[in-house]
Design a binder for this molecule. Structure first.
Ligand SMILES: *Cc1c(COP(=O)(O)O)cnc(C)c1O
Length: 406
């Protein structure tokens, strides 16, 4: 079997060199498996970075999207789009919030959230609004969202950054209180319920509730970026729901359309009326194809009980990983296995980017983020048997990687 695709150049001659790509070109998929152009099969534990909620070629999604494409793909927001109302109604129902703005990507959803926070401030007479953001956060790569991101590598070379951000460490309420003490310009607190790119770092339940309370006391917006951890990945529709709280603003994207680009900002009563006609917009946002993808993704998730599956298979995967790596956990060469549902991170005591290629060679797609964290965000349809396969391929490669020679 080929381990690398033939004829794949290290760098594409015409596509900009923005990603360090594997020498693999994928051609098609089915369920949790994908095939490259040479016919080699891979088990997909990355799901297009937490995007392919329903895996590949889902038998219910494909005909629904074909039907929609044959009716209408795009029409623009000068008109009512009934599919927008349908998806908004569903997101409102699942979140307990009230209104939705649609866009196409995660950074756009976050950009809209940042604009909401600033206008929330201006509407209260705050001329220079400030937003609390977090160390190791990732919110996207537009100028504003990379400024909100807590990763110097993402920001390097793109200054001057957007101002108006206050940065604090996660899970430390005193730091948040100190950093904002006596500052009348604070308008919002903005974070991921589980940091994705930053290394699968969950916010503690107590911390989420404390921040909610602080936001209520001080009239700040609580804005939770659920772009990666939302849409059922943790076994609830949205990761913050484990803490029994509601945000005021919730950006979504990645898994919402099962691969069709869909972004959304869901807002509660405190933020739902901030934007008025002319304040915000996007040409592609909310088009009929994207909305149909969102509606059908949620419908299929409900029909097939994929939240329960994410929870069950995620817990199984976590337990099997802990068992297979018990010696490494005891010796602290594996620092921690963490996360919830089908959003898991395995943190090693050393960098491990090389594992991505090694896993691919052995027929498994994963990612490594924050240098030392193996991230597993497979489709939510993954079975326990497939999770066992992930462990069987991944853990021996981790053990080998941890041998002293490395
Ligand atoms: C991926 C991601 C984004 C950015 O989404 P894009 O669609 O790539 O713009 C923002 N926030 C979080 C938490 C993400 O994981």
């Amino acid at each position: 079997m080929n381990t690398t695709a033939q004829g794949i150049e290290a760098q594409s001659p015409h596509v900009m060199n923005t990603y360090g790509r594997l020498p693999i070109a994928l051609s098609h998929g089915e369920g949790c498996r994908v095939w490259d152009v040479n016919g080699k099969c891979y088990l997909d534990a990355l799901g297009g970075i937490a995007v392919n909620t329903l895996g590949h070629k889902h038998p219910k999604l494909v005909p629904a999207l074909q039907d929609q494409i044959a009716k209408m793909i795009h029409c623009c927001n000068y008109y009512h789009v009934p599919e927008q109302e349908a998806l908004a109604k569903k997101l409102v129902e699942l979140s307990g919030l009230t209104n939705v703005f649609f866009c196409s990507t995660g950074l756009e959803a976050n950009e809209a959230a940042l604009k909401l926070a600033r206008k929330f401030g201006h509407d209260k007479g705050i001329e220079r609004p400030e937003i609390v953001v977090y160390e190791k956060a990732f919110h996207g790569r537009s100028i504003a969202t990379l400024s909100a991101t807590g990763n110097p590598k993402v920001q390097a070379g793109f200054g001057p950054l957007v101002e108006g951000f206050i940065r604090v460490p996660i899970n430390h309420i005193e730091s948040l209180k100190q950093a904002t003490e006596g500052n009348p310009n604070v308008v919002a607190v903005f974070f991921e319920a589980i940091q994705g790119e930053g290394g699968v770092n969950p916010m503690h339940m107590d911390y989420l509730r404390e921040v909610r309370q602080l936001c209520d006391e001080r009239d700040w917006l609580l804005m939770i970026d659920e772009v990666q951890c939302g849409m059922g990945r943790t076994g609830k529709w949205f990761a913050h729901q484990w803490a029994g709280i509601k945000p005021d603003v919730m950006p979504l994207a990645k898994g919402l359309g099962s691969g069709v680009p869909v972004g959304a900002v869901v807002a509660g009563p405190k933020a739902a009326q901030i934007f008025q006609p002319g304040n915000h917009g996007t040409t592609f946002g909310g088009n009929p194809l994207a909305m149909r993808a969102g509606v059908e993704t949620i419908r299929i998730m409900e029909e097939d009980d994929l939240l329960a599956n994410a929870l069950r298979v995620g817990a199984h995967l976590m337990a099997e990983l802990k068992q297979a790596l018990s010696a490494e956990l005891a010796s602290h060469t594996v620092r921690e296995i963490r996360g919830q549902g089908l959003m898991l991170g395995i943190e090693l005591a050393q960098p491990c980017a090389a594992l991505v290629g090694q896993c691919a060679t052995h027929g498994l797609l994963i990612s490594v983020t924050a240098d030392t964290v193996i991230r597993l965000v497979p489709p939510l349809i993954m079975t326990a048997a497939e999770a066992d396969e992930v462990v069987a391929i991944l853990c021996p490669l981790i053990k080998q990687h941890l041998l002293p020679a490395n």
